[in-house]
Design a protein around this ligand. Structure first.
Ligand code: NAD
Length: 459
């Protein structure tokens, strides 16, 4: 069955037939598919790099680090632990069930739909697929149509390595995804904007399909005077300008005092030169904006405040220099929606309490970054804010820890994945009480049978 020429209904029917045959359930089958995915990545590094460069001007090294190796590490970790995770759980028993068996079976949901985003088009599409396969599901993969070359690579390569009876790629944009979403899936895993997340959630609700939504938001950084400002600046600049700011957990805006800002700007100039040379446009490690629509949106944001660093643009290449803007207030348009580009606004605050009030006046972000050497300040901010995840004294890195759940909260998403959390996301935990049918248990059970009386209910 070819991946893209069939209608959504036909694809889902085919996968459901496979699922019901039980083919995807044995752990040996799951491991075979995961190993095939490993080979796909190892044998196609050049092709993947080409696709990522075509879509995002992503350098070979950045692509290997943030996409190929990320997925390979996830595969290695899951393959290492899967035998333990699939085991049924045996929770402690209470006296009433002492003669019975009480356990939790792990079962796959069935046919899962995974909708990927364009900014890390390989990682964000294939990483959840690992969890779905590990848990024994069939999968429809819908890569983002915006990252054209990577979507094509995924569609052409997946059928060559993975079992087409259980894993299919479906290509398309909004109309095709809308059609796909009319089908009844057993699980939907979506990565993308919060606006589209609501559409996905509404479509899933029609079939009461459980959903994970990996969304975005404005992830703040609080930079405290107690931090080592130069080291902090290096980590903030790295997290912000990697993939030219098109990272869901990129630091969106910086909160710091005027004094800290002065030091931060001076270090940032030096660090940007270290990273990307005198002209970032010529740096192999500096990417481009995905398309003209996003480029124009970002250029519009440059009108805010004062440009302290950068600001140069070139529409012919969709290039925007690493830019830092000062004199920004929380009321400026740049502070409304996620920036998702290489522009870092700085909003001045006098103390952590003011930072907390700015953070909590906005939707709950996907990530929060606190730079401070003062444990009390770190605790104060953690206790009085909420976010999907947090890294203290660095940016982005919490998502690389396989035994930390990665996901949002509120407007930045629901559910989580990575490592065992991916396996759990795609696994239904089925409670089983296996009663003993013997005489003794039968006698003990009589208290619940009518006719009821005071003596029976006092047990
Ligand atoms: P996108 O345009 O690629 O959309 C994501 C997916 O949604 C695509 O597969 C697309 O086909 C589908 N889609 C778009 N509009 C649709 C519609 N009306 N109906 C049905 N499907 C539709 O990506 P995007 O939304 O521009 O992604 C950027 C956002 O994603 C940012 O907010 C970013 O923070 C967030 N994001 C979150 C994560 C995370 O892990 N939480 C990762 C990356 C990106």
């Amino acid at each position: 069955m070819s991946a893209t020429t069939h209608l959504p209904g036909e694809i889902v029917h085919h996968l459901r037939t496979t699922f019901e045959s039980g083919k995807t359930k044995p752990i040996e089958y799951r491991i075979k598919q995961l190993r095939a995915l490993q080979r796909l990545l190892q044998e196609n590094e050049k092709e993947i790099s080409k696709a990522l460069f075509a879509d995002l001007h992503k350098s070979k090294h950045e692509g290997v680090m943030t996409e190929i190796n990320f997925v390979l590490n996830e595969l290695t970790y899951i393959l290492m632990h899967l035998h333990d995770w699939v085991k049924s759980e045996w929770p402690p028993k209470q006296f009433a069930n002492v003669l019975d068996s009480v356990y939790i079976l792990h079962e796959p949901y069935g046919v899962a739909l995974i909708i990927g985003a364009w900014n890390y088009p390989l990682q964000l599409t294939l990483s959840p697929v690992i969890g779905a396969i590990a848990a024994g599901n069939c999968v429809v993969i819908k890569p983002s149509e915006v990252a054209v070359a990577t979507a094509k690579f995924i569609a052409n390569t997946i059928p060559k390595y993975l079992d087409e009876d259980s894993i299919q790629v479906y290509l398309g944009g909004i109309p095709e995804t809308t059609e796909l979403l009319k089908e009844k899936f057993d699980y939907i895993f979506y990565t993308g904007s919060s606006t589209v997340g609501k559409i996905i959630h509404a479509a899933a609700a029609k079939h009461l399909t459980p959903t994970t939504l990996e969304l975005g938001g404005k992830s703040p950084v609080y930079l405290d005077a107690s931090a080592h400002i130069e080291r902090a600046a290096r980590r903030i600049i790295w997290g912000k300008f990697m993939n030219v700011g098109q990272t869901c957990v990129a630091p969106d805006y910086l909160l710091c005092s005027k004094e800290v800002q002065a030091k931060f700007l001076s270090y940032s100039k030096k660090i940007l030169k270290e990273f990307f040379g005198n002209n970032p446009k010529l740096s192999p490690d500096y990417g481009r904006i995905i398309n003209d629509r996003q480029f124009q949106r970002l250029v519009g944001l440059l009108k805010t405040g004062n440009i302290a660093i950068g600001g140069e643009v070139d529409a012919s290449e969709r290039y925007i220099a690493p830019t830092i803007i000062t004199d920004v207030t929380m009321k400026d348009p740049i502070m409304e929606d996620e920036i998702f580009g290489p522009i870092l606004p700085i909003v001045n605050v006098d103390n952590p309490y003011e930072a907390i009030s700015y953070i909590t006046n906005k939707e709950k972000p996907l990530a929060l970054y606190i730079f401070s050497n003062n444990k009390d300040i770190v605790k104060l901010i953690l206790d009085n804010t909420s976010s999907g995840g947090v890294t203290v004294n660095d940016t982005v890195m919490h998502l690389t820890v396989p035994n930390l759940p990665f996901g949002g909260v509120g407007n930045s998403g629901m559910g989580a994945y990575h490592g065992e959390y991916s396996y759990n996301t795609f696994t239904h935990k089925r409670s089983v009480l296996h009663k003993n049918l013997g005489t003794l248990v039968d006698k003990l059970s009589t208290a619940r049978y009518p006719p009821l009386n005071d003596r029976k209910i006092s047990y």
